[in-house]
Design a protein. Structure first.
Length: 642
């Protein structure tokens, strides 16, 4: 979306600014969504990735669905823990703010209000303003006005609420579509966020629930809509949890977000979380209690809420949150499970059994987080001294946290085999699988002080498992400083090139996009320059190499077609005569890397000439050719450095 003037800049300490344009839409070019990069304390040139947190515990309907009581006080206590212990963006929406009672007037500013004013709670909404949102809810909840009185009377807000991100689609329509998809057996209930305990009940419930949704007209989809149609409290609750699960899952998808786990009463939704350790509320609360934030449990720190809001996003708070994250990740390694709740008692014994010397008393002052950081380091040192398993896991996490990452991408089995074989042979690097929700990566450890992560996508750029999707997911997960795509390509001119020549893309041209007029075809794909820094690195590697590799820098073509046609090759080279070769995954690499502002380069060796591929189609030949490109990349990383 292009920017529009004039622009109002929202304040957000140590974070991105959000451009809210005059017409109420957003310039998302600097949005934190999905990457949420925050500069490391003391080293502004380094960045780390963390997922935003969608605060599902703000939503009173989730408590109702879980048959659990909620209160503004308990919600704020959960928020207080996250505001102190996490550095991630905190997201909510208009409905949760309006319906939770957190913005009620008369008792002074709440922590929620303070964090909103400090731009530390961000809002995703379907409407440009609270007034528009309230008008839309009045129509949607007319059938249940007693439960939603906040939309049917005079509304006053202590804080101006503006969306940081506009959703283009109706969430109610999305939930309807999900329910009907389950009813029509197009999706399983688990796919839309139903927990394992509710699957059997949903099978019995889905037909009357779908009928209620179909007949609702423009009404909202709430428990009140369908509870009269379902015969038992168990079915009503399961249906409500299905609706809430679909609701939460949509936000996690839209925002590229996660949710905190272990929230009292909301355990039914913990299965939706990607990371159950780093945002496990009881663990965060215990850590904060031990290091002196007793008020996170008994509200005695509520007088410091102004400091919590004002200092969040500052250097000291980010440092505390980073240390807490390291501690949680190390504990996850010690207990080797995805679910910290399974080890709650051992966790408490381990943490409470660690003597902390020199503990400083926390006060509500500007030094709040500096003192907390001192105490947190004392706790961590005590754990390292008494538990060898923790010491090892903490050192591993420190190494991963402090090293810049290079992402290496291949697209075929032979390319991956060539990469792994040479990494092991030349540098003793062996892949350790890292399972992510949508793919599996491999950690090869450190090479020239850089962490090397490898992923393999499917051939081609477009598709759920192809280069653009996989690389974008890997950028979110690992925040690489550079992406190198390595493998095999077709060459352009057999009279000037040889099989095995290494091609480095100085410019990448997409050839799929074209204007066709009769028999004429005009290429309209983008021409994109690769990273100047990475070009310089590989030019230096070429100039100082002793491997005898033939390396050529120039224009590379990229498209979805597996080219095995001399006439088509002639057509491509007629349109782009300076091309040195072509392949299928570069366009996806460029799309993902450019969107997330990550340096990229594509390096592939000539395996054929885009025609008569059967002559060079053996895996041994392809693997040997891919190895040449892999050797060049490994040599550049190890000798020159990225």
């Amino acid at each position: 979306m292009s920017s529009v003037s004039p622009v109002r800049r929202l304040r957000s300490p140590a974070r991105h600014a959000y451009d809210v344009v005059e017409n109420g839409s957003l310039d998302l070019r600097r949005s934190p969504l999905h990457s949420c990069r925050i500069a490391r304390t003391g080293d502004p040139g380094r960045e780390e990735t963390s997922l935003p947190l969608f605060m599902h515990f703000f939503n009173r309907e989730t408590y109702r669905a879980a048959r659990s009581p909620s209160s503004a006080e308990s919600i704020e206590n959960t928020l207080r823990i996250l505001a102190i212990a996490r550095q991630d963006e905190l997201f909510t929406n208009y409905a949760n703010l309006m319906e939770s009672g957190l913005l009620a007037t008369g008792s002074g500013p709440s922590l929620t209000t303070r964090l909103l004013q400090a731009d530390q709670i961000l809002i995703e909404g379907e409407r440009h303003s609270p007034a528009e949102f309230i008008d839309s809810r009045a129509l949607r909840y007319a059938f249940d006005s007693k439960r939603y009185p906040m939309y049917f009377g005079k509304s006053t807000l202590e804080v101006q609420l503006l969306p940081n991100r506009l959703r283009q689609t109706s969430l109610t329509d999305h939930i309807e579509a999900e329910i009907l998809a389950v009813h029509r057996h197009e999706k399983g209930a688990r796919q839309i966020g139903v927990g394992p305990n509710d699957l059997r009940v949903i099978t019995q419930t889905i037909a009357p629930l779908a009928q209620a949704v179909i007949e609702r007209g423009s009404s909202g989809i709430t428990q009140s809509l369908f509870e009269a149609r379902l015969p038992s409290p168990a079915q009503i609750s399961a249906a409500a949890r299905l609706v809430s699960g679909a609701y939460i899952s949509r936000y996690l998808h839209d925002l590229g977000a996660d949710i905190p786990t272990g929230v009292p009463g909301l355990g039914a939704f913990d299965h939706l979380a990607q990371d159950r350790w780093s945002a496990y509320l009881p663990l965060l609360a215990l850590i904060l209690e031990i290091i002196g934030f007793v008020g996170t449990l008994d509200s005695r720190l509520s007088t410091a809420d102004t400091q919590i809001a004002a200092l969040r996003g500052g250097a000291d708070q980010i440092q505390v949150a980073r240390l807490v994250s390291l501690l949680c990740r190390a504990l996850a390694g010690v207990f080797a499970t995805a679910d910290p709740a399974a080890h709650r008692a051992p966790l408490q014994r381990l943490l409470r059994g660690s003597p902390v010397t020199g503990m400083k008393v926390l006060e509500s002052s500007d030094a709040l987080y500096a003192l907390a950081g001192h105490n947190l380091r004392g706790l961590t040192n005590a754990l390292q001294g008494q538990d060898p398993r923790f010491h090892h896991q903490y050192e591993v996490q420190m190494r991963l946290d402090n090293e810049a990452t290079i992402l290496v991408v291949t697209a075929t089995k032979v390319e991956t085999q060539a990469w792994n074989a040479l990494a092991a042979e030349l540098h003793g690097l062996f892949p350790i699988p890292i399972t992510r929700p949508k793919y599996v990566a491999a950690d090869l450890g450190l090479l020239n002080k850089k962490r090397v992560i490898h992923v393999q996508c499917e051939p081609g750029s477009v598709g759920a498992a192809n280069s653009q999707a996989v690389i974008r997911d890997a950028i979110i997960d690992f925040t690489p400083v550079a992406i190198v795509m390595v493998g095999i390509a077709f060459g352009a001119d057999s009279s000037k090139q040889q099989l095995g020549d290494v091609l480095v893309a100085k410019t990448l041209v997409e050839y799929e996009k074209a204007k066709v007029m009769g028999t004429e075809r005009l290429m309209r794909g983008q021409r994109i320059e690769s990273s100047p820094k990475l070009l310089s690195v590989f030019r230096m590697a070429e100039a100082t190499s002793t491997d005898g590799l033939r390396v050529k820098f120039g224009v590379m073509l990229s498209g979805e077609k597996l080219v095995d046609s001399a006439p088509f090759m002639a057509e491509l080279l007629g349109e782009e005569p300076e091309a040195i070769g072509g392949e299928m995954e570069g366009a996806g690499l460029v799309a993902a890397a450019a969107r997330e502002r990550v340096d990229w380069i594509l390096i592939k060796a000539i395996v054929d000439w885009g025609a008569n591929k059967e002559a060079n189609n053996t895996e041994d030949h392809q693997r040997a050719i891919a190895a040449k490109a892999c050797r060049f990349v490994l040599d550049a990383i190890s000798r020159v450095g990225l």
